[in-house]
Design a protein around this ligand. Structure first.
Ligand code: ATR
Length: 276
């Protein structure tokens, strides 16, 4: 079987092996997908070792996503915009191709699985770290009309606006950076790309950004998302965690590697029914 893996540190909790194994089963693809714990200073070596073992591709998770583009011979436009990659493909000629499917996964989960239109939407992106940077390009490409980025450190939101201004202009989308306390009005879709829930802190934006029927989406899942989801529900919004994003970004990676699109909605349903 062709060999794939997820590289991270920590990586023991990763659900990618189970997701890709199920994709392979459902599409009849013959592959093996492993978990690789990589030393914090050993990412480049880890990739070289994996290629030497015959690895065909890998997913990259925390904290190596930002190191991955430098190893690649070819980076997709999405990687250049995000400054990070979560998928590497190893070609027979020795070249390494980097892509970033996080944003595609988020867009697919919102539009296809949650059934919420992004075309023409007003969207609030909370946070301006790596998680936010990874999804901003695909959100703009999905036809979102207006995106406000709110972050505790406004300068980081402004930097994201600057790096995405050309794409925003191309898409005729409005892109704005604000301090959380300067937010006004409500939004169709609110995406939490901060680690605030993880830290047990309050959601870093006022509840006035929500209205009944807004989609409030946390890019994390499990206990890390619960604070945000509870807050959203208490204010009448439709709350959704990032499990679907996880499955859909995996599906995009699987399609890049195998040229076959797995039944991601079915696998997401299975994961929701049997969470562990
Ligand atoms: P990631 O790669 O997961 O995005 P990161 O680059 O460290 O991680 O970014 C974390 C994001 O969560 C940032 O937007 C951060 O805000 P700052 O840029 O001001 O640091 C945000 N964040 C983390 N903890 C937070 C908290 N307790 N309150 C508000 N924002 C928080």
């Amino acid at each position: 079987p062709d060999l794939y893996c997820v590289m991270g540190n920590p990586v023991a909790h990763s659900r990618s092996p189970a997701i890709h194994a199920r994709f392979a089963e459902l599409t009849g693809q013959h592959l093996r997908y492993e978990r690789r714990l990589i030393a914090l200073d050993g990412f480049a070596q880890g990739v070289r070792d994996f290629i030497a073992e015959g690895g065909r591709g890998c997913n990259i998770t925390v904290p190596f996503k930002f190191e991955a583009p430098a190893l690649a011979s070819v980076c997709s436009e999405r990687v250049r915009l995000a400054g990070a990659a979560n998928v590497l493909s190893f070609a027979a000629d020795g070249s390494i191709h980097a892509d970033n499917t996080d944003g595609l996964g988020l867009v697919a989960d919102i539009t296809r699985n949650a059934g919420v239109a992004l075309q023409g939407a007003r969207l609030l992106l909370v946070g301006a770290g790596g998680a936010a940077a990874g999804v901003l390009g695909p959100l703009l490409q999905a036809g979102v009309r207006h995106i406000t980025i709110a972050n505790r450190t406004v300068a980081k939101a402004e930097a994201l606006v600057a790096s995405h201004s050309a794409l925003a202009a191309l898409q005729k989308a409005e892109l704005l950076a604000l301090a959380p306390q300067a937010l006004e009005g409500d939004f169709d879709v609110i995406i939490n790309a901060t680690a605030s829930s993880l830290a047990g802190d309050a959601v870093p934006v006022p509840a006035s950004v929500l209205r009944p029927g807004s989609l409030a989406y946390d890019m994390m899942y499990g206990p890390a998302a619960q604070g945000f989801l509870d807050w959203a529900q208490a204010h009448g919004a439709v709350a959704r965690d990032g499990l679907g994003m996880l499955v859909e970004q995996a599906a995009e990676a699987f399609a890049i590697w195998r040229g076959v699109r797995p039944p991601s909605a079915q696998v997401l349903e299975e994961l929701r029914r049997a969470p562990h």
